[in-house]
Design a protein around this ligand. Structure first.
Ligand code: NDP
Length: 493
């Protein structure tokens, strides 16, 4: 017996692993000093004559100057897009549109290292994520939707699908290139033209994408990129020449957009925040679940709308789960995003770091117990150590509000009914995870969870064929799959 116990005793946490630096070379990226707005197939200076500096969040070093688009610039981009729509693109056969999209997908693959390095430089995310997730998935979206471009009649039989027109697309900073692909690929497949505004902290991969658009010889004006800040986004929303707005970002801005366009006849899809429950039952494969929990909240520094930021653990396995989780957290490597061994990179901006710090301070004040594994954070740049809170009550801000950082709140439950009630007890409804060996329980739970995506025995899995979107304050409309096409089509005869 003693022998068995000894063998089962957990090995000591490998706190002192030493890894030699394994930096990805950054010289594959050649940056311009200044970038204009991509309108009508060319980079043009903004009419505002204003520019802003975009930085590397890991070092706070400037990377380039980016144009700040104003009212006239947005108007020019929308008019140019309209012209491209009416004078060519909307009449083009679906099979011809598909050719351009396949080209874009292939060029993204060919230039994947360049995109991955630039994405990590400008956003702070680890290179292994940009290299293995963001860029391949972005290419996969173009491949997937290229396949639909000439099959719209089959996707929506008898409904005479037609393009909507000019689509204004506003994207956030957490997955800059991937969100661009989520927006642009279905829009083009459906025969629309786009004016896209990237987030001001992460414009560079969208600007590199302009190069891909030119390389693919996409007709000028079909894709236009206007860089700028929230005001630029608001101008795009307001412009009367825009037929549809697709927005991913905060619930607050999503609501403001909805108010702004109410009654205008513009279509709208909103992909907003989340506060996903990752639900762990006592019959699950616990070591596998720990990997899923870690991936769920520390992937991309927790700056993920569908992050598993609330861990619901069945009471009977609470202690071993938290012990194993802390042990695993101690092995996470935080640091240089360009190092291939890095698990957790830099927070995207000073502003976001302050938001995380504020909510973490609120968690401590409200009485939750904080744990952070020992880790050395770089002196310059924006960093936050992987964090877990235990003793969390459902009413605490850290259990209700989206933190958008590497911060996990642990709660417990006894029965599946209680797990469902707690999981659904937020204003959001974007995603959820279930860990159990029982298929029937997975189905029972999935039916009751108010979440657009439910993962079972995995987390944060994405596929272009699979629809993604939320309930309640997580927004409406779906991206991905055939559902994602529907938002870019009209069926009015
Ligand atoms: P925002 O919602 O402000 O930004 C998202 C995008 O909208 C950006 O391109 C932004 O431009 C633009 N924007 C800002 N204001 C307006 C406006 N009035 N009209 C039109 N477009 C606008 O998110 P934040 O960057 O401020 O992040 C705040 C919080 O939002 C995060 O802490 C997180 O909780 C949540 N969030 C959720 C995301 C998700 O994927 N669901 C993504 C990002 C944030 P610019 O960046 O240039 O200001």
């Amino acid at each position: 017996m003693a022998e068995v116990e000894k063998r089962r005793a957990p090995a000591p946490a490998p706190l002192e692993w030493e890894y030699a630096p394994a930096p990805e070379a950054r010289d594959i990226v050649s940056l311009q000093e200044r970038y204009g707005l991509f309108i009508g197939g060319e980079l043009v200076d903004p009419r505002t004559s204003e520019w802003f500096t975009t930085i590397e969040p890991a070092t706070e070093e400037p990377l380039a100057e980016v144009a700040l688009a104003g009212t006239e610039d947005v108007a020019l981009a929308v008019e140019t897009a309209r012209d491209a729509f009416e004078n060519g693109w909307s009449q083009l056969a679906g099979s011809e549109r598909a050719k351009y999209m396949f080209r874009i997908a292939r060029i993204l693959q060919e230039r994947s290292r360049e995109f991955a390095v630039l994405e990590s430089l400008n956003s702070g995310k680890p290179i292994k994520e940009s290299r293995d997730v963001d860029v391949p998935l972005a290419a996969a979206h173009f491949f997937y939707y290229a396949g639909w471009a000439d099959k719209l009649e089959y996707a929506f039989p008898g409904r005479r699908p037609r393009p909507v027109g000019v689509c204004g697309q506003i994207i956030p900073w957490n997955f800059p290139l991937l969100m661009l692909a989520w927006k642009i690929a279905p829009a083009l497949a459906a025969g629309n033209v786009v004016v896209l505004k990237p987030a001001h902290t992460t414009s560079l991969t969208a600007l590199l994408f302009c190069d891909v658009v030119r390389q693919a010889q996409l007709p000028p004006g079909v894709v236009n990129i206007v860089t700028g800040d929230g005001h630029t986004g608001a101008e795009l929303v307001r412009h009367p020449g825009v037929d549809k707005i697709a927005f991913t970002g905060s619930t607050e801005v999503g609501k403001a957009i909805q108010r702004e366009i109410a009654g205008s006849g513009k279509r709208l899809t909103l992909e907003l925040g989340g506060k996903a429950a990752n639900i762990v039952f006592d019959d699950c494969a616990l070591d596998q679940a720990i990997e899923g929990i870690v991936n769920g909240i520390y992937f991309n520094q927790g700056e993920v709308c569908c992050a598993g930021s609330r861990l619901l653990v069945q009471e009977s396995i609470y202690e071993p789960t938290v012990a194993k989780l802390k042990r695993r957290m101690a092995t996470l490597r935080v640091g240089d995003p360009l190092d291939k061994n890095t698990d957790v990179g830099a927070i995207n901006s000073q502003e976001q770091l302050e938001r995380i710090q504020e909510l973490v301070a609120a968690g401590e004040e409200e009485g939750a117990e904080i744990y952070q594994p020992p880790c050395r954070l770089p002196e310059k740049g924006f960093w936050f150590a992987p964090t877990v809170f235990t003793n969390v009550a459902q009413s605490y801000r850290i259990a209700q509000e989206e933190i958008f950082g590497p911060v996990l709140s642990v709660l417990t439950f006894r029965t599946p009914e209680e797990a469902v009630e707690k999981a659904n007890n937020t204003a959001y409804g974007l995603s959820a995870g279930i860990w159990t060996e029982k298929g029937s329980r997975i189905l029972w739970m999935a039916e009751r969870l108010r979440a657009g995506v439910v993962w079972a025995n995995t987390f944060n899995r994405f596929d272009p064929a699979s629809p993604f979107g939320g309930y309640k304050e997580s927004g409406f409309g779906r991206e991905g799959g055939r559902h994602g096409l529907e938002a870019y089509l009209r069926f009015d005869g």
